[in-house]
Design a protein around this ligand. Structure first.
Ligand SMILES: Nc1ncnc2c1ncn2[C@@H]1O[C@H](COP(=O)(O)OP(=O)(O)O)[C@@H](O)[C@H]1O
Ligand SMILES: [Mg+2]
Length: 212
């Protein structure tokens, strides 16, 4: 089983969007997918509640309620995490996953907060700087803006993989409102978004082959 967690202490950085879209991608691929929501706000499970029963199934778990059993036969465990996780709670969360993805928004406060968060993650999450199972992605970017250029400079300086930048796109909301992922919208609508997801999906696949 592959366990992938999306985390960043900053609310609104796109954790739930990325977790639900990853769950959707693997379900479309025919895998047995569980989406565990560690956030008591329950955004990931809310997405699931809107998901049409005709779409490839993703099974939800309200992980914020406490210990849970991962169903037998699960191939992908995708975990969404709450905002404001630090210290022991962060350490406990981070150790649940083989792969950690940190989305960061292109604003000076978000970039500063991400710097602290990643430092804490490396420290308390016992994640090594060279560990291939930790990656950052830029999210909600508008290219050619100073905010994005500053964020890219920052992410490229980190000694951990910076795998992709996802643009600001109404498609995420459009899909989420219907319990879908962007992979399930009209290809002509989402072609630029899919191109941006490719490096993340490839990086995850590369890690899988290496046994992470
Ligand atoms: N790439 C994106 N383009 C446009 N809107 C986005 C994008 N990523 C996230 N959003 C929106 O930003 C808001 C916060 O995203 P969310 O995934 O809920 O963040 P978090 O889970 O980190 O709090 C949501 O309304 C979501 O639809
Ligand atoms: Mg969320």
């Amino acid at each position: 089983m592959r366990s992938i967690m999306v985390l960043n202490a900053k609310g609104g950085s796109g954790k739930s969007v990325i977790a639900t879209n990853l769950a959707c991608f693997y379900a479309l691929d025919g895998a047995n997918v569980v989406l565990a929501d560690f956030d008591p706000r329950g955004s990931a499970l809310e997405w699931l509640a809107h998901r049409p029963p005709t779409r490839p199934r993703v099974q939800g778990i309200a992980a914020w309620r406490g210990p849970f059993r991962v169903p037998r036969g699960t191939e992908y465990l995708i975990m969404d995490s709450p905002a404001a996780v630090h210290g022991d709670q962060l350490s406990a969360l981070a150790q649940r996953a083989a792969v950690l993805i940190v989305p960061v928004l292109p604003s000076p406060p978000d970039t500063r907060a991400a710097a602290h968060f990643i430092e804490e993650l490396l420290l308390v999450g016992r994640v090594s700087r060279r560990d291939p199972s930790l990656a950052v992605i830029a999210n909600r970017v508008r290219e050619q803006t100073p905010g994005f250029q500053d964020l890219e400079r920052f992410l490229k300086r980190l000694a951990i993989p910076y795998v992709t930048a996802l643009r600001e796109s109404r498609n995420y909301r459009r899909a989420a409102e219907r319990g879908l992922g962007i992979f399930e919208l009209a290809p002509s609508l989402v072609a630029p978004d899919l191109l941006q997801w490719r490096p993340l999906l490839d990086w995850l696949e590369h890690n899988r082959r290496r046994g992470c």
